[in-house]
Design a protein around this ligand. Structure first.
Ligand SMILES: Cc1cc2nc3c(=O)[nH]c(=O)nc-3n(C[C@H](O)[C@H](O)[C@H](O)COP(=O)(O)OP(=O)(O)OC[C@H]3O[C@@H](n4cnc5c(N)ncnc54)[C@H](O)[C@@H]3O)c2cc1C
Length: 476
């Protein structure tokens, strides 16, 4: 009987798992493997909270495999050497895994593993667990091509969950890597959401049954968004549920409701689409992990005020709506979309700090942090990747309160110093003689100063009719 190693990565589930399903179809001895990579654990964008959540997902996968008669083997080290060495150790004939292009490092590692295995005469088979196309330039992320591809892939049948798996030889060493301390990481004081495949399915059911009707109108309101969005982000990040499963359940639900309820579901679907579209773009433009899509913006002399950056990270900018958001992010690892956007524009436009610094802090705190979504959103809110009329969307951290937190509940919850302050004084406490952090900058003035630098670049870009910049952005 042949032996296949199934290498789990950001696909910590048993349902709709192409690599596992293919191995099961071969009637082989199957050995599930997970490797902790020092590169990812020590990356400046890594965060103990997110890794704690991942450990929870691994625990759930381990239990689910045990129920089927199998056993998850964990190791730590350079994946490019551990995978081939492990395959040799267990006498594998093949290693199967799902592609993951979230970082250029992952793609490079995949190539190195495949090469090393082929030199050893061991088959390497990769699968596509996401609704993405192979990297192939602009055509693959042009909406007219990507959109039909996305729907086509997500309409394909969900791959079955195995009902039993072969036993794993107990002599194969499984390194006990169960806690942050085992991984050499500091503890986290973040509130970690429940992890695992079962929880992901529960969240989906809950969203479709009770939250979806409130979805669209809650997106811009801090308290409502916390209650009515799906919270599936961290599960999509670690693959405890597949996009296909979500998509197909969504289509069924859409046939059951009409009118505004259906529009909410369409709104949700469009956000799932943008998630994958960002991933498709990053797969083709891996340099955007660190560089601006429009590279000309990386030559701007951005501010280097470390004190401003520290104050922003710690929620001490003097603007309570920004401060409450940053403190919520730091503590819970989650923030509604509108507040992520507000904090991003405050960082890039008001404080004129480069988007890469803000993205690094977000990535280190968000449990759902995903390079593709996070870095494209940061670039978009910094105005370094956009075209068209939404180029510079600058949120007002004072007036914004009227819509985002009309009665001040969110601010009071996170900025306890202001718990007793009247609602009408909460947005700009310095105007009312309230003892609080003084505002780091004047919003109106800072916005004008920033746009004075950025707008002319935008105008030059537009008058060049996109061509030169776009070619540069695509690396042509
Ligand atoms: C500066 C900034 C950084 C962000 N960083 C991330 C990130 O690292 N990871 C992340 O998942 N989302 C990110 N978002 C997008 C969005 O804020 C979150 O996806 C959403 O708030 C997560 O909550 P939820 O899981 O309840 O999402 P829901 O609103 O229930 O949406 C379901 C899923 O759709 C996707 N999605 C939702 N909104 C967007 C969007 N605007 N663009 C792309 N995909 C979307 C996510 O996968 C999300 O989990 C960011 C937004 C901004 C403005």
């Amino acid at each position: 009987m042949s032996t296949i190693v199934v290498w789990f990565r950001r696909d910590l589930r048993l349902s709709d798992h192409p690599a596992l399903a293919a191995a099961v179809a071969e009637d082989a001895q199957i050995i599930p493997l997970f490797i902790f990579a020092p590169y990812l654990l020590r990356h400046p964008e890594a965060g103990s909270g997110r890794i704690q959540f991942m450990l929870g997902c691994l625990e759930s996968l381990r239990n689910n495999l045990r129920v089927l008669g199998s056993h998850l083997i964990c190791r730590m080290g350079e994946q490019s050497s551990i995978v081939p060495a492990f395959a040799r150790e267990v006498g594998a004939t093949a290693v199967y895994w799902n592609c993951d292009s979230e970082r250029a490092w992952r793609t490079d590692t995949d190539n190195q593993v495949a090469e090393a295995l082929s030199e050893m005469g061991i088959m390497a088979r990769t699968f596509e667990a996401e609704a993405l196309m192979k990297a192939g330039g602009r055509e693959t992320y042009a909406l007219e091509n990507f959109t039909p591809h996305w729907h086509r892939i997500l309409n394909q049948p969900v791959m079955p969950r195995p009902s039993a798996l072969p036993e794993v030889d107990h002599r194969i060493q499984d390194v006990p890597l169960r806690t942050l301390a085992d991984l050499g990481l500091l503890p986290t004081d973040q509130e970690i959401p429940t992890a695992g495949e079962r929880e992901a399915h529960r969240l989906l059911c809950e969203f479709l049954a009770t939250k979806a009707p409130h979805y669209m109108k809650s997106l811009s309101v801090a308290e409502a968004a916390s209650r009515y969005t799906s919270r599936l982000g961290s599960h999509l990040k670690f693959g405890t549920i597949s996009m296909r499963t979500i998509y197909q359940r969504l289509q069924i639900r859409k046939t059951e409701v009409g009118g505004w309820e259906k529009r909410n579901l369409e709104g949700f679907q469009s956000r799932l689409f943008w998630r994958d579209h960002f991933s498709q773009k990053l797969r083709n433009l891996p340099r955007c992990e660190t560089e601006s899509y429009l590279q000309v913006f990386d030559t701007v002399r951005w501010s280097n005020r470390d004190d401003h950056y520290e104050a922003w990270c710690n929620g001490q900018t003097g603007y309570p709506l920004v401060d409450a958001s940053m403190r919520c992010l730091n503590r819970t690892g989650w923030l509604p979309f509108r507040l992520r956007a507000l904090c991003a524009t405050f960082h890039c436009i008001d404080l004129f700090l480069p988007w890469q610094m803000g993205a690094r802090h977000f990535m280190s705190k968000l449990i759902d942090a995903d390079v593709a979504i996070d870095h494209w959103q940061w670039q978009s809110h910094a105005g370094v990747s956009n075209t068209g009329r939404t180029w510079f969307r600058v949120y007002n951290p004072i007036d914004g309160m009227a819509k985002i937190d009309p009665d001040g509940t969110f601010i009071r919850r996170w900025v306890s110093e202001l718990a007793e302050v009247r609602t009408e004084h909460l947005a700009a406490p310095w105007k009312h003689g309230i003892d609080y952090f003084p505002p780091l900058v004047d919003h109106g003035e800072a916005r004008c100063q920033a746009l004075l630098v950025l707008e002319p670049i935008k105008s030059r870009y537009e008058s060049a009719k996109l061509s030169k910049f776009e070619k540069q952005a695509d690396g042509k």
